[in-house]
Design a protein around this ligand. Structure first.
Ligand SMILES: [Fe+2]
Length: 185
C-alpha cells in the first residue's frame, strides 16, 4: 500500500531503465515503511543526533536522498561522457543505489528518537537486510553497506564509490548550514 507514495516521493525512479531494479527500489522503501509503521515518508528526518546538535531540525531524509541521487547521476554522467569507452559504468545501479543508500534510517529513528536498531546495530545494517529481502542484487547491498565509514566495507565498485562521494558532499552541504568550518562538525 506504500508503493504509490514511494513512487510519488522519488521522481528519480524514472531514471532507472530496468523494470526489476526500479520495482525493487520501490519495494525496499515500501517494506521499510511497513515494518517501521511509517506513513509519511516526507516527515522522516535526515539524521536526528546531528540535527539536534546543530539545531537544523528541518532537514529531511527524502530531501537528502534526492540530493544524493541527483549528485550521483551528475557525477556518473560527467565521468561517462568524459571517459567514454574507458569507463564501464551501470547508471541504473548508480541511481538505484543512491535511492536506497539510506533506507536503513526508517528503522534507526522513530521521529527524532533513536531506536534499538540504531543503538544495537548502527547505520546502515538494517538497510542491507531490506535490500536483500526484496531481492535486489548484491551490488545494491554493497552500495548500502559501503556508503558510510561506519562499516568496515569500502566501495569496491565505481557505482558504490560515486554514491559514497555524492553522499559525503550532500551531507557536508547540510552541516555547512551550521558552521563556517566543516572540520568542526
Ligand atoms: Fe547514510
Amino acid at each position: 500500500m506504500h508503493h504509490d507514495s514511494v513512487r510519488a516521493t522519488f521522481p528519480e525512479l524514472d531514471a532507472i531503465e530496468d523494470d526489476e531494479l526500479r520495482s525493487g527500489v520501490v519495494d525496499a522503501w515500501a517494506t521499510a515503511m511497513a515494518e517501521n509503521g511509517i506513513d509519511d515518508l516526507r516527515g522522516v528526518p535526515w539524521l536526528p543526533p546531528t540535527q539536534r546538535e546543530l539545531g537544523i531540525e528541518d532537514e529531511t531524509l527524502v530531501g537528502h536522498v534526492r540530493d544524493v541521487t541527483a549528485g550521483s547521476i551528475a557525477l556518473a554522467d560527467v565521468l561517462s561522457e568524459r571517459r567514454g569507452d574507458k569507463l564501464d559504468l551501470d547508471l541504473d545501479v548508480v541511481v538505484a543505489g543512491a535511492l536506497v543508500h539510506d533506507v536503513s534510517k526508517l528503522a534507526e529513528f522513530d521521529g527524532m528518537d533513536d531506536t534499538p536498531v540504531y543503538d544495537l546495530l548502527g547505520h546502515p545494517y538494517y538497510g542491507v537486510h531490506v535490500v536483500a529481502r526484496v531481492g535486489l542484487p548484491i551490488e545494491l547491498a554493497h552500495i548500502v553497506l559501503s556508503h558510510t565509514g561506519r562499516t568496515n566495507v569500502e566501495p569496491a565498485t565505481i557505482e558504490a564509490e560515486i554514491v559514497r562521494r555524492a553522499d559525503e558532499v550532500a551531507a557536508a552541504s547540510i552541516r555547512w548550514r551550521a558552521t563556517d568550518d566543516l572540520r568542526t562538525v
